[in-house]
Design a protein around this ligand. Structure first.
Ligand code: NOJ
Length: 746
């Protein structure tokens, strides 16, 4: 955080001294001199072709082609037909007065043609490098289609699985999400935006979109500024520090002001504090929606609010192009202000090299060469494998022993859409390996049967009976349960994240056969599984694993690879525990870990921060995940037990594979600031490393905790560390009990 304050301060000083303009800025200034006000407002407007993906109201009606020719379309989103990238670009370049190229954008969230696991799944790999590479692959494929801009990474953290968009983020923890979001930016943008295989990243949704009241989509966000700065802002900030060129404002209001008209968020925090100098696009129709929010009287008023908040480009609602000229004529907004915002967009186009060659990306030949490359599919399979989290494995029922008969059961066996989950716009069904296909490719044909059992939400005639027959005839039953692919992502909020009733009944019937039961949980969000946990002998969360998902499932079930994923969101016991996060505060009456909450209630009320009938802890905690082998952690040593303010603390630990096969775990380090000027989380992740070990082997891991890692929003709202005592824990989840301490002196 401090680093960026310094950058921002330096930027202000330079600006004050009239810092030399970049080539891009000089170019944009010259172009602005030639542009009419309407053309400037056009550059600041993004539209959707009629066939594009709709994620909101239809808005005002327009003829896209006429507007392109009139130079009124700065950007197009969600174009699906490849040939139109060239058709529309040619229209803009050849037929509009100044020939300014169009910026084509799309939601390439977890892959373009090759689909990687949903982001929440990918985050469970804790694999920063693989995440960077997946974004790189997505950028290469997307640019080969003609795209220059993706609306990703989503940097919204969330502790609320009722909110369907948790699938698009990296979980509940800001430290991990920051690292992964930054890696995605690097993957998309590379180090040269003018390279024809790199695209603009977009940090979204600014800000705090992941904390809607009651988990309901688009709902009000109200949190303290301290909470925002401590827990939410660092993720956006890390992605910006990685160089993200654009930002998307969110749908929600924050502290009573909708984000798209929130000058404090978009100007004070984003530009002045964080030093962001790219451009901000609104979310879909979000400018006009300020009328519904009740802070704008009409479209003109909404445009005014957004312009005053320094929102550069409006997505779809058309309020800039429809009302901007009048606002300037009436002296409400100055043309100089419009120039300032429009310049940011022209600079981005210049840096992409669009003015030099507007057709620099696509082309059928490049597209054929660079999409679905075998190495991209192999990466998707690797990430899918690493993303799957083994939560339970009683009597080592997994991996499946050779020669055993397996009854594969459940609604998602051959469901390609369930492999992809949300935002899979360019994926081709024929390229997706379903679970059934993956298993058939790996196991002998006579080793398994496939029975649907039920639909996602409903019984099918004879389904349960057929599943029971199949289980009886087999040695083990493997059930694919969970949620359909389109029930994660935008507008998929749920009031319950338990398994649907029909699936619960199927599971209970199969369990009653007495055969061991393995559940493959297909889901885009944590689910509340306590009521069915006893019916599962093994539980592997496979998420929506993407193009190579079925192969990755077979990789793990066969034992060719050992699971290595670790949860990045807590799995609650029941809906009532939501929102739930590991990094909660202590409260004045914390529930002692050793205290049996039920016993204490039976005896008499315990007057502690607890529930009457439910523990505080989740069913499966943040960071948790098993493998087919076992790891032991010991020898924790704080190498710098006493340091001065600003100094690093190193912590050493030994990790050993004490099982019989090769495996990978994620070593995690947590700290607690014991006494501070504000209440601090009981634990906070501040380091992690994937460790792969042969059986019997050990490795030493050294973590470095920096002063920035200890910094927080102090009582006086400054962001820095405070001297004092810290606790430190290392292990395989947030419940790690290997403990140490260190002291930071004044
Ligand atoms: C609305 C979503 O909130 C946002 O994430 C997405 O990028 C836009 N629609 C464009 O599709």
């Amino acid at each position: 955080m401090r680093r960026i304050f310094v950058i921002a301060a330096a930027a202000l000083i330079f600006a004050g001294c009239g810092s030399p303009k970049t080539e891009a800025e000089k170019f944009a200034d010259k172009l602005l001199e030639k542009m009419t006000l309407r053309e400037k407002l056009g550059q600041m407007s993004q539209f959707r072709p009629r066939s594009g993906v709709v994620t909101g109201p239809e808005g005002f009606s327009y003829n896209l082609e006429d507007m392109i020719k009139a130079g009124e379309v700065g950007s197009i989103l969600s174009l699906r037909e490849m040939e139109y990238f060239e058709i529309y670009q040619r229209m803009a370049v050849d037929s509009s007065r100044l020939g300014i190229p169009i910026l084509f954008a799309h939601d390439i969230i977890h892959g373009c043609k090759v689909i990687f696991p949903i982001n929440l799944g990918s985050s469970c790999t804790w694999d920063v490098e693989a995440t960077r590479q997946s974004a790189r692959v997505a950028a290469v494929e997307a640019s080969a289609m003609g795209l220059a801009w993706t609306f990703s990474p989503m940097c919204d953290i969330s502790a609320d699985p009722r909110w369907g968009r948790v699938s698009e983020g990296s979980g509940e923890d800001p430290y991990l999400a920051a690292k992964l979001s930054a890696a995605m930016v690097e993957g998309y943008q590379g180090d040269d935006l003018s390279d024809s295989t790199t695209i603009l990243a977009c940090v979204k949704h600014f800000a705090a979109y992941g904390a809607p009241e009651a988990g309901r989509e688009y709902n009000t966000v109200d949190m303290s500024e301290r909470m925002f700065r401590d827990r939410y802002l660092p993720v956006y900030q890390a992605a910006l520090e990685a160089g993200a060129a654009t930002v998307m404002s969110s749908f929600n209001d924050y502290d009573g002001i909708p984000a798209s008209g929130n000058r404090w968020l978009l100007k004070t925090v984003l530009r002045d504090e964080l030093g962001f100098d790219g451009f901000v696009v609104s979310d879909y129709d979000a400018v006009h929606e300020m009328v519904n929010h009740g802070v704008a009287a009409d479209g003109a008023d909404a445009a005014r609010l957004a312009l005053e908040a320094y929102l550069d480009m409006e997505m779809t609602s058309g309020d800039y192009i429809n009302h901007g000229e009048q606002l300037v004529r009436d002296g409400i907004i100055s043309e100089k202000h419009i120039d300032e915002l429009c310049r940011n967009i022209l600079v981005a186009k210049y840096e992409l090299g669009l003015f030099e060659d507007p057709f620099r990306y696509g082309g059928a030949e490049r597209f054929a060469r660079e999409t679905y490359k075998p190495e991209s599919i192999a990466l998707a399979r690797q990430i899918a494998r690493e993303s799957m989290v083994l939560l339970k494995n009683e009597d080592s029922v997994l991996p499946l022993k050779e020669g055993r008969k397996v009854a594969m059961i459940g609604p998602f066996l051959s469901d390609a859409r369930a492999m992809n989950g949300t935002w899979d716009g360019f994926s081709e069904a024929k390229r997706i390996v379903t679970i059934e296909q993956g298993m058939k490719a790996r196991f002998p044909e006579d080793a398994m049967t496939f029975t649907r059992g039920c639909d996602a939400y409903n019984h099918i005639e004879g389904g349960v009976e057929a599943a029971v027959r199949a289980a009886r005839a087999a040695d083990v039953a493997v059930l694919t349960l969970g949620l359909p692919g389109n029930h994660s992502g935008e507008t998929t909020s749920m009031t319950s994240v338990e398994l649907p009733q029909a699936q619960k009944e199927l599971l209970a019937a199969v369990k009653a056969t007495g055969k061991p039961v393995v559940v493959l949980l297909v889901t885009g969000r944590p689910m509340a599984l306590e009521s069915v946990d006893g019916l599962m002998d093994a539980l592997l969360v496979v998420w929506h694993p993407g193009t190579a998902g079925g192969d990755a499932v077979a990789d793990l079930l066969s034992g060719d690879f050992s699971p290595s994923g670790h949860l990045t969101m807590s799995f609650p016991r029941c809906d009532g525990q939501i929102p739930i996060r590991y990094n909660h505060k202590s409260t004045g009456r914390p529930l002692n870990k050793e205290l049996d909450y039920t016993q204490s209630h039976k005896a008499k009320k315990n007057y502690l921060s607890s529930y009457l009938f439910t523990p505080n802890t989740p069913l499966y905690p943040f960071g948790y995940g098993l493998s087919y082998t076992e790891f032991a952690f010991d020898g924790l040593e704080v190498l710098d037990p006493e340091v001065g303010t600003g100094e690093d603390v190193r912590v050493k630990v030994r990790v050993s594979n004490v099982g019989n096969i090769k495996g990978t775990t994620v070593a995690q380090l947590y700290i607690r600031d014991m006494v501070a000027s504000t209440t601090r989380p009981v634990r906070e992740l501040k380091g992690f490393e994937r460790v792969s070990l042969e059986p019997g082997a050990s490795a030493e891991v050294v973590f470095t905790i920096t002063a920035d890692d200890m910094a927080f929003c102090r009582e006086d709202m400054t962001f820095a560390q405070e001297p004092g005592e810290f606790g430190v824990w290392v292990g395989e989840s947030c419940e790690a009990d290997l403990e140490g301490h260190f002291i930071v002196r004044e």
